[in-house]
Design a protein around this ligand. Structure first.
Ligand code: DGY
Length: 351
């Protein structure tokens, strides 16, 4: 009874102030950068703020219109929700004005977010890690299977109607008994190991700045980059793009890999020097590559990488499931709510 009274009292006390604070935040304008931002995120934003949204996608022919639209909409906005991988320009931040408090990317990666410029201006930045780890890990597994079992060549055979028939036709590689090396055992790297653990992998190794406490339960062994490159049958790149990781897979590191190595990239295209990767694949110096991220995106259809039979490429769909994209949108929106109501960001990059 006492508890019930307490709860009623708390509701009575809290409601007016919530209503009041919502009323106050309604004056604040939040800009959403693309017309494909999920409804679930919009609902959260609209509950608290006046939401402006670009009529355009960020990609394709609408690029220029989209840019103009954002430059027109941003003056006076307190928050910017950025749901593409296009770079956030200084010009856009200049147009925004000094009341811009927070930028929320709807992505785990934030290499496109112009961190130095946001930092210099004291603008907070959030991203959406963790909620997408499972979805991206599923794509890492798909790429492993696609590259190891030569989906590109096999699909070409199906499409052309020219199947190679024979007991030793288009043979691939087993995951069973292999060594899988993860570069970057963060959320996505860990989720990838979990998903692969049913595949009878022989050994998981990983490298990064330091040993991860989670690795023990995953039976993953910490090692140096060189050791990982020398041992692994599958090398999964699950690192963000930074100055340190830019082109970390290059002619030298490719040269340290086994001849049957398969490189999987779910990080960012620029983690790999694509010219060096092309040469290594073309000369069969390594076995194959599976890429969900490339440079540029979209990759032109006549790009030399796409001429290779031993490359399996997907169009950056790591987090592209209904549920995950919705979760990302809601998390980005909640970060904005927190930033504009004096609470800490849930997933801060610049707190
Ligand atoms: C991210 O969020 O950084 C992913 O690359 C999206 O797919």
């Amino acid at each position: 009874m006492f508890y019930l009274l307490f709860v009623l009292f708390a509701i009575v006390l809290s409601s007016p102030s919530d209503a009041l604070s919502t009323k106050m935040t309604k004056n604040l304008k939040v800009l959403v950068s693309s017309n494909d931002y999920p409804e679930s995120g919009l609902e959260v934003l609209k509950e608290h703020f006046t939401v402006l949204q670009s009529r355009y996608l960020h990609f394709g022919k609408e690029g220029e219109d989209s840019k103009e639209e954002l430059l027109n909409l941003i003056p006076g906005c307190s928050a910017l929700v950025w749901s593409s991988h296009y770079p956030i320009s200084k010009e856009l931040l200049d147009k925004a004005g000094p009341q811009l408090k927070v930028v929320a990317t709807v992505s785990a990666g934030y290499n496109h977010a112009n961190v130095p410029e946001l930092k210099a201006r004291g603008i907070k930045l959030s991203n959406t890690p963790n909620v997408l780890s499972s979805a991206v890990a599923e794509i890492a597994v798909a790429l492993i299977l696609g590259a190891a079992r030569r989906f590109t060549e096999n699909l070409a055979q199906v499409r052309s109607g020219q199947w190679e028939i024979g007991f030793t036709k288009t043979l691939g590689q087993d995951i069973r008994g292999s060594t899988v090396g993860i570069i970057g055992l963060g959320g996505i790297g860990q989720a990838t190991v979990k998903r692969l653990s049913g595949f009878e992998v022989g050994k998981f190794v990983y490298t990064g700045h330091r040993e991860k406490p989670e690795a023990k339960a995953l039976n993953a062994e910490f090692t140096s980059l060189d050791n990982l490159l020398a041992q692994s049958d599958f090398i999964v790149l699950a690192v963000p793009l930074t100055n340190e990781t830019h082109h970390m897979i290059n002619a030298t590191t490719l040269g340290k890999m086994k001849k049957n190595a398969i490189v999987i990239n779910v990080g960012r295209g620029d983690v790999v020097d694509q010219d060096a990767l092309y040469d290594a694949l073309k000369n069969n110096q390594i076995y194959a590559a599976g890429l969900d991220v490339v440079t540029p995106e979209p990759l032109p259809k006549d790009h030399k990488l796409l001429s290779l039979p031993n490359v399996f490429v997907l169009p950056h769909i790591g987090s592209a499931t209904l549920r995950t994209r919705s979760d990302m949108a809601v998390l980005a929106a909640e970060n904005v709510v927190n930033a504009l109501t004096g609470k800490p960001l849930l997933t801060p990059v610049l707190p």
